[in-house]
Structure formats: structure tokens, C-alpha cells
Design a protein around this ligand. Structure first.
Ligand code: SME
Length: 206
């Protein structure tokens, strides 16, 4: 009796371990192919993007941006191309533009290439609005609901949220990537990681 029970236990353990092995293999296979894509991006760009919701489209866009950066277009043509690519392909990016730090004054942002409706905010002093705060504090700002911000410069009543990512060259801030969205709270750490990567890629164009 005891030995029968033991055998049953053994059989069920074997089944369990076979199932676990199968599951593990399936997971490992799926992971390997994904990891492979990630490794390619990491090797090329020194990045560390993680597997998340938007990753496949973001990976493709990074490849496209690399092509734009390496193309024969002039600097502003390349930046405009990046803006258009982002606006056309990410549904929650409604206005996409670059600001450059004014090299002569050093504490003001000047609007560069953008895609979307023209804005009145063509010069922004450091500290003013979301862009000015991101420049002053040299860090990415995500504003989930712009209506709750007191230090905010409105471009359009349609804008509900915004992300601003500084661009650095040799440790100095040289500009920013600014994205407005007509959706409330759409920006995640995934957007932040993706856009910070792009800002590294375009830093020599600012
Ligand atoms: N909303 C920005 C101003 C720039 S526009 O979004 C294009 C800000 O508060 O700094």
C-alpha cells in the first residue's frame, strides 16, 4: 500500500516536473527571441529597455530614427523627421517638438523643428512652464494632467498632458524634446525610457 502511494506520488511529481519543464521551455523560447531584439538595441545604443506594452513599436521607431540621424538631411531636416515619425506613429503624441538652449544667453529655450499646430511659445526662459522647469532642473518632467499645474504654458485647450525630456551633450543641457497629448495621463516610464533614448541619439543635432 505504501509503495503504491509512493509510486503515485512519484508519477504525479514526474508529470508536474514534465509540465514545468515544458512551460519553462516555452517561456524561455519566447524570452530568448525577445531578448535577442533587446540585446541588439542594447549593444547598438547602450540601452536597457525592458519588455513592456509599447516595446515592439518603440523598437521599430528607434531603428527608423537611427536611419534618419544617419541620413543626408541637414540637422533641422533630421529633427523634423524625428518629430513627424513620432507624431504619426504614437497615438498619444499630438504635438512633438524640439527646443534648443539659446547659446548666447544660455538660460532661454528657442523653438526648433516641430510637428503639430504652431505655438506662441517660441522662446521660454528657464524656470517658466514645464519646459523651463525641465531645463532648469535638468530632468524629465511628466505632467499627467496639465489643468492641475500652476507653472504651465498652454498651447491649446485640447492638451491634457505633457512630457518634456532634456537633451544633453557632454553633460551640458543643449535642448529638449517636448510632447503634448490630448489624452489624460497617457505617459508611462516606457515613454520616458524611449524618449530619453531618442534624446541621446539626436543630441549632436541640437
Ligand atoms: N506647455 C509648455 C509650452 C510649450 S508647448 O507645449 C509647445 C510648457 O508649459 O512649458
Amino acid at each position: 500500500m505504501i509503495s503504491v502511494e509512493r509510486n503515485r506520488e512519484k508519477v504525479s511529481l514526474l508529470k508536474f516536473s514534465a509540465r514545468a519543464k515544458m512551460q519553462k521551455e516555452i517561456k524561455v523560447n519566447a524570452y530568448v527571441s525577445y531578448k535577442d531584439v533587446l540585446r541588439r538595441v542594447s549593444l547598438k545604443e547602450g540601452g536597457c529597455m525592458k519588455k513592456k506594452r509599447e516595446l515592439p513599436i518603440f523598437l521599430l521607431l528607434i531603428e527608423k530614427i537611427r536611419e534618419i540621424v544617419n541620413s543626408k538631411l541637414d540637422k533641422d531636416g533630421k529633427l523634423k523627421g524625428v518629430c513627424k515619425l513620432l507624431r504619426d506613429n504614437v497615438s498619444h503624441y499630438d504635438w512633438v517638438g524640439f527646443y534648443r538652449v539659446d547659446k548666447t544667453r544660455g538660460n532661454e529655450l528657442i523653438l526648433g523643428p516641430f510637428e503639430g499646430k504652431p505655438t506662441e511659445h517660441v522662446r521660454i526662459p528657464f524656470g517658466r512652464g514645464i519646459c523651463g522647469q525641465a531645463a532648469e532642473l535638468r530632468k524629465t518632467f511628466i505632467v499627467h494632467d496639465v489643468s492641475k499645474e500652476t507653472n504651465y504654458l498652454s498651447c491649446s485647450a485640447k492638451v491634457k498632458s505633457e512630457i518634456v525630456v532634456p537633451v544633453f551633450k557632454n553633460g551640458e543641457i543643449v535642448g529638449e524634446l517636448d510632447i503634448d497629448s490630448h489624452t489624460l495621463s497617457p505617459f508611462t516610464d516606457e515613454d520616458r525610457e524611449f524618449l530619453e533614448k531618442i534624446c541621446e541619439m539626436v543630441s549632436k543635432l541640437l
